[in-house]
Design a binder for this molecule. Sequence first.
Ligand SMILES: *Cc1c(COP(=O)(O)O)cnc(C)c1O
Length: 230
Amino acid sequence: MTIAERVAAVRERIAAAAARAGRDPGEITLVAVSKTVPVAAMREAYAAGIRHFGENRAQEARDKFPAFGDDVHWHFVGRLQTNKVKYIARHCHLLHSLDRLALAQEVDRRASRCGRVLPCLVEVNVAGEATKAGLPPEKVIPFLHQVAGWPGLRVVGLMTVAPRADNPEEVRPVFRRLRELAEEAARQCRGLPGIELRHLSMGMTDDFEVAVEEGATLVRIGRAIFGERG
Ligand SMILES: *Cc1c(COP(=O)(O)O)cnc(C)c1O
């Protein structure tokens, strides 16, 4: 299959999952995760209508930004070291992996220096996996209270990476838990400046349909669009 055919197939599967849940597919953004993918393949995805790319290495992202125009939105989805925030602060449309105060401080500093407010998602380690990034669920609401009102960032939702599973139904409770946590956090943070929990970034190649059924507004899809990574 060509990249265009893969993009079309993914869009159809998102639409079908949205329909099963009674959702409008227009409220779900497909982020094509292009880490390790050469710009030529990204251009094919662009020609197929992709306008959101996700990267997980700051220098790779920085090197790819100039290859596309202002109509492309760049998502940063990986673990981000504080000393690399400088590479993405100006061009990143949404940081999916805010997971600690030191990172929030650096994002605030660097984004402010660029004269911007960087939209962020708080990454949550819902399943409590030792190897995974993200705040434990019970730390999310206190964290939101701490960063509320910082001038260089705005928290617009939550993100999670589900555990690997042979059957995506196994991770449905993880996605449901993230949605419930976002609802609870929205209640407890009502009125806090710079906290607007509208987005749920969840679902990858192996589990995105279940994530859409559970309320994802952003799905992060690499292999189903670009093929297996080398
Ligand atoms: C690589 C990656 C993805 C995409 O994964 P696929 O399984 O290729 O769809 C999504 N989210 C994050 C955080 C990633 O690192």
